[in-house]
Ligand binder design. Structure first.
Ligand code: FAD
Length: 435
């Protein structure tokens, strides 16, 4: 198994507990991949902000199966929008009616748009449309400019106009579906961070006789007779009947370049990705009462300000208030290369303008996390770009974030797809053995 993110660990857990001899090879020095964590005030905190929707059933099932359900927290959250130097609440239908950057007619259009979007049952009918065209069609130009365009640009930067309507439809459906009876949004978090699941999966793999090896970067995968030989950066090799690669697709292309056909390599390299930088601040004071603040003001370079401790209590982190400032960007952007101090320096004036009471002395610590392959760009007709889970040669499989569709990347789907592929492989190999 290449990669100890949620996909790799879920698949390895499923195989190891079914009696397969599994070795997980992970380049980093910890498990969890994009959902890995670091220490804040004696507690683990996700490097990149994470939550689940109440509909994320695969993750809920796994949490229960691993006996971690006492850590699961389901809280009402509040969402806001920052626009034209003002804050607006945008959690309930009532908030929507009070969203003054739009005229009353446009507010009604916005409300109807959400309903109409959720009414779409056949996502295939949207594959031909860009999100920009579809959103304009449903809500008109003003609603698009004020509400949706900043979000699309914030999330996909220069690729914003290429994003498929299917991607946006899915977001609207998920967010709308994670609400209680009063229209209040409810989201889930795991005390101790999402990494607690990854660590428990790793423990279970090991106790079933498997191995989870950290700081093992895979550099090449080759077929030797009927078997596979996986080469590591320290020169060692691991031999196996099956290889499952769970890294981003372009990384997989590099691993198989020695033998894969050009058309297959082209397919692995076709999907574009955008990077993410996340500045995490440990503060003495809260910035606001909002958990999730969408930044719709084009003058501000962040897609969101996520005040984690308006969801999970600050006491969990020794009283510290935790804020994530998130920016999606191509990794060629100069900002991507800044170090933590430089990125903080860049961010402070914006933060100060947004939250005039904020003072630099509130910052106890700051951290910067970067993800090169943070989000695949889900374009029109994305279904045609996705490589098959079965690789071009027997025993080689690909189970990667970019194959998740029509849903979007997320730990729930990483678990779902990882476990499903492992079950398929297990049943095929058991049949083969019995034959
Ligand atoms: C900013 C941000 C916010 C997010 N918010 C949410 C959220 O709220 N809720 C949610 O559910 N999801 C969220 N996600 C998405 C979620 O983190 C991912 O979908 C999920 O963790 C992907 O898991 P994965 O195992 O498929 O991939 P990854 O986590 O990318 O795992 C791949 C692993 O492969 C390893 N690897 C790479 N190359 C090699 C190599 N050559 N050799 C060995 N190992 C290698 C990597 O180090 C990594 O550990 C968010 C992601 C980001 C970036």
């Amino acid at each position: 198994m290449i990669g100890a993110g949620f996909t790799g660990l879920s698949a390895a857990y499923e195989l190891a507990t079914r009696g397969f001899a599994v070795t997980v090879l992970e380049a980093e020095d910890s498990v969890g991949g994009l959902a890995a964590a670091f220490d804040v005030g004696g507690e683990k905190l996700d490097r990149f902000y994470h939550h689940w929707f109440t509909s994320d059933q695969d993750v809920m099932n796994l949490v229960a199966e691993l006996g971690l359900d006492d850590r699961l927290e389901l809280n009402p959250t509040n969402t806001g929008v920052y626009y034209a130097n003002n804050f607006f609440k945008l959690s309930t239908p009532w908030d929507l009616l009070n969203f003054t950057p739009l005229s009353l007619v446009d507010r009604v259009r916005l409300g109807l748009l959400a309903l109409r979007a959720r009414g779409v049952k056949d996502w295939k009918a949207l594959e031909d449309k860009t999100a920009a065209d579809w959103l304009r069609e449903l809500g008109g130009e003003n609603v698009y400019r004020v509400v949706w365009e900043p979000l699309l640009k914030g999330k996909f930067g220069p690729f914003a106009n290429d994003v498929s309507a299917v991607w946006f439809w899915n977001k609207l459906k998920l967010r709308g579906g994670s609400r209680g009876k009063g229209g209040q949004e409810r989201l889930a978090y795991l005390r101790g961070g999402f990494v607690a699941i990854a660590e428990e999966l790793a423990r279970r793999i090991i106790s079933a006789g498997g191995h989870v090896e950290l700081r093992r970067q895979v550099t090449q995968v080759e077929q030797v007779g009927q078997r596979w030989s996986t080469r590591l950066d320290n020169g060692a090799t691991v031999e196996s009947d099956i290889v499952i690669a769970t890294t981003p697709l372009p990384v997989i292309a590099d691993l198989v370049r020695g033998w894969a056909e050009p058309a297959y390599l082209d397919q692995l390299e076709r999907v574009r990705y955008i990077g993410n930088v996340c500045l995490v601040l440990e503060l003495t004071h809260a910035l606001s009462k909002t958990y999730w603040l969408n930044v719709n003001d084009p003058k501000f370079p962040f897609v969101g300000v996520i005040e984690h401790t308006n969801f999970e209590r600050p006491e969990t982190y020794a009283g510290r208030h935790i804020v994530y400032l998130s920016k999606y960007l191509p990794v060629t952007d100069a900002l991507y290369s800044l170090d933590a101090d430089a990125f903080l320096g860049y961010s402070l004036p914006y933060l100060q303008q947004m939250f005039p009471k904020f003072d630099r002395s509130w910052i106890l610590k700051h951290h910067l996390w970067k993800a090169r392959w943070s989000q695949p760009v889900v374009e029109r007709h994305y279904s045609r770009l996705i490589p098959d889970e079965r690789g071009p040669r027997r025993g080689f499989y690909v189970c990667s974030m970019a194959q998740i569709y029509p849903e979007d990347r997320g730990t729930n789907y990483a678990i779902q797809r990882g476990r499903r592929l492992a079950r398929t492989i297990a049943s095929e190999y058991i049949e083969l053995k019995d034959a």
